[in-house]
Design a protein around this ligand. Structure first.
Ligand SMILES: *[C@@H]1O[C@H](CO)[C@@H](O)[C@H](O)[C@H]1NC(C)=O
Ligand SMILES: *[C@@H]1O[C@H](CO)[C@@H](O)[C@H](O)[C@H]1NC(C)=O
Ligand SMILES: *[C@@H]1O[C@H](CO)[C@@H](O)[C@H](O)[C@H]1NC(C)=O
Length: 469
């Protein structure tokens, strides 16, 4: 038997416990919070970082979009605000933050099992702009949903990004007057122009809050999905296949290298030879070393993000550690870092999230075959755009980007010319009517600012402040 007084004590204890639990719960559920320290980075962060979730669903445990927000290190009140969406589809925008345009990067040093270190990137685009790095579609990075797979398609990605940004603004009204830009690269050349169109249409329809949309920038963007057809003239021009093979490919395949008739043996034979020539070429930067990326072969990525238990610490999906001289070594370090419990705590990542993979590209419904028409529509509405190409990328060669821009039929207002940095040619540029600027970044790979940070920063900051490149 329990005496009445101890029953009373028990009740009081239970009440206190419930209140404590509620407080703890609310702390976990806080939508966003400032991050002052990051494991692996020495001392307090010298820039403003906030991370958090924006919920798009009916309940608190569904459709949660994770983002990193970094304020401009210059004048956050007056500098533009950019929403950045890395490609894939399904690569975390942490890729843009840590490897390309954000204020921190991984220190490339030998991995010995302890937490990878972070250092500052002097050419961060956050020196001149506020940037939100968003993890979408669902299942990407630290974003999650109850049923991830049913929320992964081009149009869902577009609508979710649009909903995300309006909700984000409701929580950050102090940024509503800043100029707003959409930034994206690689595969996101497909959804990003449609996202811009959705934001624009939403403004026209009177959706709240109104967004001060100015334009967009895209790096080596997939646009027509015919990019592979441009790879052959490109690699011929770069000296990777012989004149004879190029002539034979043209003769036998008639310019169609993607959808080849299985009876066209001559074309198939030429394609096999072509593939042999390219088999040990780094397609993201033909001058960089070739490294086998076994993280892409691992199907474990497909089982992530289903509100599962935290996985045991492991070498993530990497079966072997890439060589330190490989670009993907940084991806390896990032994967170790993002799966460390102290890092997740610092980033306010919710406990139920499974293993972090840089990219989760499968289980995605590809609905849009070309974003060309969106560009046509957007320029008719007067938005500014910067389309840039790292000119050593085979994945989306600069020539294929030039081809669709040419097909827009815009008149040229500042014709093809070199653009300079410190007296050296950093690339070539051409400006069209309808406020579209095309620029190459000379010697850069698929993600241009990653390979040429000084040039990338100069290009971005000049374009942002309306200065000719
Ligand atoms: C790993 O290397 C770092 C420096 O890069 C060092 O601080 C740390 O003590 C090393 N850890 C182990 C387990 O050797
Ligand atoms: C472009 O705009 C027109 C007119 O508003 C619209 O009918 C069309 O669907 C748009 N194109 C795309 C690809 O959204
Ligand atoms: C560009 O011009 C060509 C030839 O006149 C025409 O067929 C095409 O429809 C035009 N493209 C656009 C986007 O207006």
């Amino acid at each position: 038997m329990v005496a009445p007084s101890s029953l009373r004590t028990f009740e009081v204890l239970l009440l206190v416990l419930t209140i404590l639990l509620q407080i703890a719960f609310h702390q976990i559920e806080a939508a966003s919070a400032k991050v002052e320290y990051l494991p692996g980075f020495d001392g307090p962060l010298p820039f403003y970082l906030e991370t958090g979730y924006v919920g798009l669903g009916e309940t608190d445990d569904d459709l949660q979009v994770f983002y990193y927000f970094i304020k401009s290190e210059n004048d956050p009140k007056n500098d533009p605000l950019m929403l950045w969406l890395t490609g894939g589809p399904g690569c975390s925008s942490f890729s843009g933050l840590a490897y390309q345009i954000g204020p921190i990067k991984f220190k490339i040093e030998e991995y010995n099992g302890s937490l990878p270190n972070l250092v500052l990137r002097p050419q961060s685009w956050t020196k001149v702009s506020n940037i939100i790095f968003v993890d979408l579609p669902f299942g990407t990075g630290f974003s999650y949903a109850k049923d991830v797979i049913s929320h992964r398609s081009d149009w869902k990605l577009i609508h979710h990004t649009h909903q995300f940004i309006r909700k984000w603004f409701i929580e950050h009204p102090e940024f509503l007057s800043n100029k707003f830009y959409m930034g994206a690269d690689s595969y996101s050349g497909i959804p990003a122009p449609a996202i811009v169109q959705e934001i624009s249409n939403g403004n026209d329809k009177g959706l709240h809050p109104w967004i001060n949309l100015q334009g967009y920038l895209l790096g080596n963007p997939v646009t027509t999905k015919k990019e592979s057809n441009d790879q052959i003239p490109y690699v011929h021009g770069m000296g990777l296949i012989s004149d004879e093979l190029y002539l034979s490919l043209q003769r036998n395949c008639k310019g169609e290298y993607m959808d080849i008739d299985s009876e066209n043996e001559l074309c198939l034979r030429d394609m096999k030879y072509f593939q042999k020539c390219l088999s040990r070429i780094n397609m993201f930067d033909i001058l960089d070393i070739y490294c086998e990326d076994d993280s892409l072969k691992n199907n474990e990525a497909m089982q992530r993000r289903f509100l599962t238990e935290m996985p045991e610490a492991s070498l993530s999906s990497y079966l072997t550690v890439p060589a330190m001289s490989c670009q993907i070594y940084g991806f390896f370090l990032g994967t170790q870092w993002a799966n460390d419990a102290s890092v997740r705590k610092a980033l306010h990542v919710r406990g139920e999230i499974g293993k972090w993979e840089r990219c989760y590209t499968t289980d995605f419904d590809h609905e849009i075959t070309s974003s060309f028409e969106f560009h046509v529509n957007l320029s008719a509405k007067g938005y500014r755009s910067l389309i840039y190409s790292g000119d050593h990328d085979v994945e989306v060669p600069f020539s294929s980007t030039q081809a669709w821009i040419r097909a827009l039929n815009y008149s040229i207002v500042d014709d093809w010319r070199p653009w300079l940095l410190n007296g050296q040619v950093a690339g070539f540029t051409r400006t069209y009517a309808n406020q579209m600027t095309f620029a190459t970044v000379k010697g850069a790979g698929h993600t241009a600012p990653e390979y040429k940070p000084d040039e990338g920063f100069a290009m971005f900051s000049r374009w942002l402040s309306n200065v000719p490149l």
